[in-house]
Design a protein around this ligand. Structure first.
Ligand code: NAD
Ligand code: DAU
Length: 351
């Protein structure tokens, strides 16, 4: 039985990953370490709250003694480090917390894993540390070309600078100590359980409430969208088959300008919710500072080496996603109000 230490497992991708793994494998155990910041929501994991294979621990990844204690208590095989401050706009407003969590937290996770796994100069067998990184570390593309794993790191926002810094520490632990690590760099994810500060859930939530839809700048910035379950599949494959020390880019060749995404959401909600929802809700607002123009991932390496490919076409994934948010209005109300927190703290106390 493999034991996974998943950090940030109450967030968007982390919770989707836990659900994906528990559904796929019966013989695993997942320790879910999450500080439950504004972005962490145990309601995402309601369907596994009584599953003994899922053990939730409320903890900060910067907590040295706490994380060390988890490695002593459980024989951890894999660390999957999702925990991060993840929103670019927040990093522009308050960079320091991004350094604390994304950089210092990652270094703490690396240190604790090294202490547990490196004994008398030899690494224990079958262990791996996987850092969940982002395509934003590569910076911004012009009209042509793609990010490959060889593209130099050139982050622009405080968020991407903190993620690039963390990646460098991860590689430093591999190069210096021989630590078995991988890094995945994924493009923009979409799907259920994403906090409604990010483009897609924000636009769905505003549109369903007939609130204005704030499009930064000219709306022609391009992101490369990947359905979250396809990302989860990639993470599983990298954990099982990734060669230690390697970086894998993950993306689905699904580049869309932001305005296209917003208009797609409007069209769906116009038909499904209220004919009064239309493009007059779009409001062009001041651009994000340092706004990266285009991201585009070349996923050839993970396809060639591990056989990964995305299964969800954007046209299907976006409809599934919109339908999910429309069917889960309570979830949206709860995450924006935070009222779920007290209930879940009680529920998990002592587990
Ligand atoms: P998220 O903001 O939805 O979730 C982050 C989770 O980490 C939350 O549950 C939060 O409570 C937890 N957390 C934050 N600070 C913590 C700390 N100090 N200690 C412990 N837990 C803490 O983020 P997400 O969108 O799920 O992203 C997960 C990871 O994937 C991040 O590392 C992000 O950089 C990366 N990533 C995200 C995307 C995307 O499109 N969302 C794409 C590529 C990479
Ligand atoms: O590329 C991967 C990254 O994708 C992840 O590493 C980040 O954690 C994740 O937050 C995401 O970053 P983005 O900045 O690309 O995502 P966001 O949803 O914030 O914005 C997507 C695009 O939409 C971006 O060009 C900014 C624009 N935007 C965003 C918001 C919130 C708007 O035009 N209006 C908005 O209100």
């Amino acid at each position: 039985m493999k034991t996974y230490l998943v950090t940030g497992g109450a967030g968007f991708i982390g919770s989707n990953f836990i659900l994906y793994m528990l559904d796929r494998y019966s013989d695993i155990r997942i320790i879910n370490l999450d500080a439950l910041t504004y972005a962490g929501n145990l309601e995402n994991l309601k369907s596994v709250e009584k599953d003994p294979r899922h053990i939730f621990v409320q903890m900060n990844i910067c907590d040295r003694e706490g994380v060390r204690g988890l490695f002593e208590k459980y024989d951890i095989d894999y660390v999957v480090n999702f925990a991060a401050e993840s929103h670019v706009d927040r990093s522009i407003a308050n960079p320091e917390i991004f350094v604390e969590t994304n950089v210092l937290g990652t270094v703490n996770m690396l240190n604790c894993a090294k202490q547990a796994w490196l004994k008398d100069g030899a690494w224990a067998q079958g262990k791996k540390y996987l850092q969940i990184s982002t395509d934003e570390v590569y910076g911004s593309l012009g009209e042509t070309g793609y990010f490959t794993e060889q593209t130099p790191l050139c982050p622009h926002s405080p968020y991407s600078a903190s993620k690039a810094s963390a990646d460098m520490f991860v590689m430093a632990y591999h190069d210096t100590y021989g630590m078995p690590v991988n890094i995945t760099r994924c493009s923009n994810n979409y799907g259920p359980f994403q906090f409604p500060e990010k483009l897609i859930p924000l636009m769905i939530n505003n549109a369903r409430n007939k609130k204005s839809l704030p499009v930064y700048g000219d709306g022609m910035n391009i992101r490369d969208w990947l359905y979250v379950e396809d990302h989860c599949k990639a993470i599983d494959m990298v954990l099982c088959g990734g060669k230690p020390g390697e970086v894998y880019n993950v993306g689905g060749h699904n580049e869309r300008p932001n305005i296209f995404i917003v208009k797609t959401i409007i069209a769906q909600l116009h038909d499904k919710v209220d004919a009064g929802i239309d493009e007059s809700l779009i409001t062009h607002v001041a651009d994000r500072l340092g706004h990266d123009r285009r991201y585009g991932i070349d996923p050839e390496k993970i396809r060639r080496d591990l056989g990964w490919y995305p299964e969800t076409m954007f046209e299907d994934g976006i409809v599934k996603t919109i339908d999910w948010y429309l069917a889960n209005g309570d979830w949206m109300e709860n995450v924006t109000s935070g009222s779920y927190l007290e209930y879940y703290k009680e529920m998990y106390a002592g587990k």
